[in-house]
Design a binder for this molecule. Structure first.
Ligand SMILES: Cc1cc2nc3c(=O)[nH]c(=O)nc-3n(C[C@H](O)[C@H](O)[C@H](O)COP(=O)(O)OP(=O)(O)OC[C@H]3O[C@@H](n4cnc5c(N)ncnc54)[C@H](O)[C@@H]3O)c2cc1C
Length: 451
């Protein structure tokens, strides 16, 4: 039996659910087909007991992320500030130091070096049009080099180079050598600036959602009711005249339009009939995901706060290199969120769970003292192993992709439309970008269907 609706949506992440919300609100019938047995995609909560949760995927929101904040507010979900009081820790070149504000205690030469390199990056980023990065001044030149090449040319000190690389790991869950410079500039501009991407207060990590970001997806899905079908991975999309047919193990679904809201590399695994234009097919061959293991190290209380520490730490040693205080709003239990990213994710990801946990916990002791080495509990999610994500936080474009294939990222192919955070022109890669992309795709489809 084939079920029918005006519009089919592939994927019940924030993008797909937002698109479905807008289509349903406009009076169109819609069916959302989701591969997993849950909604939310790259946002998911984990229960830590006592009615408390931690987020294992997307978590933070900040200034100018207006669309995800509006979606949450509309669903009755409040925000609270990320804990950001006290000194931060930097463990660098074997030495631990603490600092307040945004500037760590490093040699004046290293600090000046980073400042001038970052100023150049910010100025280049501003010139990249986020709706068409390939039209930026010198786009070809910028897209033919990696962020690593650029850092080596633009920073003069070893310390400056290492810290810029740490920044890249934190923002992209990747090494600078994996990223096209044009992609880094596009991504920074889409979020306002590179500085905004790395900041807590005033930046992308400023706020958290009470009850967890997954509530946004869960409540959107609850409003859609039986329009959302779980356990329904779409394996084939067939366009026949004015109908689009999606095949899943739960049967066939038919619509007039389809919105594919999955990351580009997963969109590329769907079979299309007729085949997609070469530029779209080859774009999805060149769209790998970042590498991140998100770890939560749980203590009976946030002991670091009493030591005057914010719980934020950065370092260049083994284990986690980016840490936040991730305790629930009432500060109990104490939770340190430890990101393991890029090469470190590849290295630790190949260890046994016990060895990896030991490496992560040891890094907490390095940052926060011996008590950091004695957690009550430990949780982790290796996003590279998630079949329906393939990595996180998002897609990384290497050299020569945006200029040669970027135009196919968002352009509909007949009745097939594309959404997902990767297609956003603001806050691409973030939850806000996902919501914006869903809104844009729904508007596109409504216009095509005549409102
Ligand atoms: C560890 C981690 C930390 C992050 N931190 C932040 C953060 O602090 N702030 C922030 O803003 N963002 C963060 N992000 C990124 C953010 O979570 C994503 O940008 C956003 O959730 C993407 O939403 P989406 O709807 O575009 O894609 P997805 O969430 O990937 O949704 C796609 C959906 O499609 C489904 N699917 C895939 N293939 C198929 C198929 N063939 N058929 C049917 N369904 C399919 C998937 O299961 C999924 O549910 C983080 C992500 C991770 C993983």
């Amino acid at each position: 039996m084939t079920e029918a609706a005006d519009v089919l949506v592939v994927g019940a992440g924030l993008a797909g659910l937002t698109a479905a919300r807008d289509l349903a609100a406009a009076g169109r019938s819609v069916l959302v087909l989701e591969a997993r047995d849950r909604v939310g995609g790259r946002v998911v909560n984990a229960d830590i007991g006592g009615g408390k949760i931690v987020e294992m995927g997307g978590e933070y929101a900040g200034p100018t992320q207006d669309r995800v904040l509006a979606a949450a507010a509309d669903l009755g979900i409040a925000t609270f500030p990320t804990y950001d009081d006290g000194r931060k820790v930097l463990h660098f070149n074997g030495t631990r130091g603490t600092y307040t504000g945004g500037i760590p205690r490093l040699s004046p030469l290293t600090l000046a070096d980073i400042a001038q390199a970052q100023a150049r990056l910010e100025s280049l980023a501003k010139k990249v049009p986020t709706a068409a990065p390939w039209t930026a001044p010198n786009a070809g030149k910028l897209d033919s080099q990696t962020f690593e090449t650029w850092i080596r040319r633009s920073a003069r000190t070893n310390g400056g180079r290492k810290l810029l690389a740490l920044g890249a790991e934190a923002v992209f869950a990747a090494e600078p050598a994996e990223l096209s410079m044009l992609h880094v500039l596009f991504y920074s501009h889409a979020g306002g600036s590179f500085q905004r991407l790395i900041e807590t207060t005033g930046g992308a990590q400023q706020d958290r959602f009470v009850g967890g970001s997954a509530l946004i997806a869960e409540r959107l899905a609850a409003r859609l009711g039986d329009k959302v079908r779980l356990g329904a991975p779409v394996s084939r999309i067939e366009v026949r005249g004015d109908r689009v047919i999606a095949a899943t193990p739960r049967g066939q679904f038919e619509g007039r339009r389809i919105i594919v809201s999955v990351p580009p590399h997963l969109a590329g695994r769907i079979e299309y009939d007729p085949v997609l234009p070469a530029v779209r097919e080859q774009l999805t061959q060149r769209a790998p995901m970042g590498s991140v293991i998100k770890c939560q190290v749980i203590y009976d209380e946030p002991f670091w706060r009493r030591d005057g520490l914010s719980g934020q730490a950065t370092g260049d040693g083994e284990g986690s290199r980016v840490v936040f205080d991730n305790s629930p709003p009432d500060g109990s239990p104490g939770v340190l969120l430890a990101f393991v990213e890029g090469d470190e994710a590849r290295k630790l990801g190949s260890m046994s769970l016990d060895d990896r946990r030991r490496a992560v916990v040891d890094s907490m002791a390095r940052y926060f003292g011996p008590r950091g080495g004695r957690p009550e509990d430990y949780l982790e999610l290796d996003w590279r192993q998630e079949r329906w994500s393939g990595g996180c936080y998002g897609t990384l474009f290497g050299p020569s992709v945006l200029t040669r294939y970027g135009q196919a990222l968002r352009a509909p192919v007949g009745q097939v439309h594309w959404a997902g955070t990767e297609t956003a022109t603001e806050w691409a890669g973030y939850m806000d970008g996902a919501v914006r992309s869903g809104e844009r795709a729904a508007a596109e489809v409504l216009a095509a269907l005549g409102g």
